[in-house]
Design a protein around this ligand. Structure first.
Ligand code: FDA
Length: 388
């Protein structure tokens, strides 16, 4: 009989296991993969953006935005950073509070394994878990290698993003079977597909401000890149976490600039300049695409003010209608998940099933791009591990 069985040897699961073990619990971690922390290994381009020093509840999407407050306040980015430094892993801040390993994401996995080892946590990898049941006293975890018993179970199998790495809906299914509600999952931090993709623009990148129509949703300024199927880049990935099917997306292609004034100034200073002068501010291929069919060959100074305004509006408020996202295959995370109304924000324990905990991406808490999702995994894992 184990004190705690953690299902999922990913970011949140290993954190939970180490914390439970440090408290003296006998802990077993199960995973169907042959090695732990596979998403950590490929994260941040192989350098793992392991936290964001700004991480607090405002950088997360959830049906209950305040749910993550408690865990994030009790296990802060500084706490994870202290662990990283204790393991002598050198790191750097890239931008906007995003912290990365100098060398390799593998160092983070090695660190978590070492923390687990020091806390006498046992691992059973390559172990397919079939089911979890509870008889009112103990949990029975059914695996292909037999049934294991535990006083507490921590579900840490993450979300559905990147199925080729073995992502499953296991935690959601088990939570539902125990009567917990689930907020509909969807791919998030994911590129958009456009019905009228512009292959001639593929590879063009620029900074943009991106927002969604008519609703109080965040707006993001950052990079965007045209792909063969649509658009991607940090600003697009961010807004995708709030996007609903059918919704239009607004783009300002020259954030912080008054495009109409800019074109007027150009035409006053250089009366012979054409609209193509936009290439001074925009990538040439994109400028040509925007001008095509909207202005004739006359210089800007000779164009009717209305045409200049139409082009300026187009640049400052270009509306695209994604037909879909690129789905879980290309998503960085899943949004939605186990409904936070059914969990304790202090411990991640299911309110109606004492001893059952859910952590990490499986919970309806989705971070912005930039280290926030790992910080949620560490914080929710630590909260559950200490409580279990
Ligand atoms: P995680 O996915 O880490 O772990 C789940 C574990 O459960 C896995 O080991 C899996 O094998 C196991 N499992 C699944 N189903 C199972 C089953 N049925 N039975 C047994 N085991 C099962 N975030 C960030 O903050 N900074 C970053 O740099 C990146 N970069 C990044 C890159 C890419 C390509 C992706 C896809 C994602 C990121 N992320 C990220 C997101 C981050 O990886 C993610 O949010 C966390 O890993 C979630 O941690 P969890 O522990 O919840 O799940």
């Amino acid at each position: 009989m184990w004190d705690v069985i953690v299902i999922g040897a990913g970011a949140a699961g290993m954190m939970a296991a180490a914390h439970a073990g440090q408290k003296g619990a006998r802990v077993l971690v199960l995973d169907h993969a042959e090695q732990p922390g596979r998403k950590i290994l490929i994260s941040g381009g192989g350098r793992c953006n392991f936290t964001n020093i700004k991480a607090d509840w405002r950088y997360y999407r959830s049906e209950n935005p305040h749910f993550c407050r408690s865990a994030l306040a009790r296990y802060r980015p500084q706490d994870f950073l202290a662990l990283v430094e204790a393991h002598k892993i050198s790191w750097h801040e890239k931008e906007d509070g995003q912290l990365f390993c100098d060398e390799s994401a593998r160092q983070i996995v090695t660190m978590l394994e070492a923390e687990c080892r020091a806390a006498h946590v046992r691992f059973q990898l390559g172990c397919v878990v079939r089911d979890v049941a509870h008889d009112g006293h103990v949990f029975a975890v059914e695996t292909v290698q037999g049934v294991l018993q535990a006083r507490a179970v921590i579900l840490a199998t993450g979300g559905l993003a990147l199925p080729k790495l073995g992502a499953t809906d296991f935690s959601l299914r088990i939570a539902q079977r125990f009567g917990l509600r689930v907020v509909a999952p969807a791919p998030a931090l994911v590129p958009f597909c456009l019905a009228e993709a512009q292959p001639e623009l593929a590879g063009v990148s620029l900074p943009v401000t991106v927002s969604l129509m008519g609703r109080k949703k965040p707006c993001f300024t950052g990079g965007m890149v045209f792909t063969h199927r649509g658009v991607s880049g940090p600003a697009i990935l961010q807004i995708s976490s709030w996007w609903e099917r059918g919704e239009a997306v607004r783009l300002n292609l020259l954030p912080g600039r008054d495009v109409y004034e800019m074109m007027r100034t150009i035409s006053q200073k250089r009366p012979k300049a054409h609209a193509a002068a936009l290439v001074e501010a925009l990538p040439a291929r994109l400028a040509r695409y925007l001008i095509h069919g909207r202005m004739d060959g006359r210089p800007l100074a000779e164009q009717p003010a209305k045409s200049v305004r139409v082009l300026a509006n187009y640049v400052a408020d270009w509306t695209i209608r994604p037909s879909s996202t690129e789905g879980y295959a290309k998503a960085e995370v899943m949004r939605g998940g186990v409904d936070t109304r059914d969990l304790s924000s202090q411990t991640m324990e299911a309110r109606s099933v004492p001893g059952l905990y859910i952590v990490g991406e499986a919970v309806d808490v989705t971070g912005w791009l930039g280290g926030y999702n790992f910080q949620w995994a560490w914080a929710s894992g630590a909260a559950a591990g200490q409580a279990a």
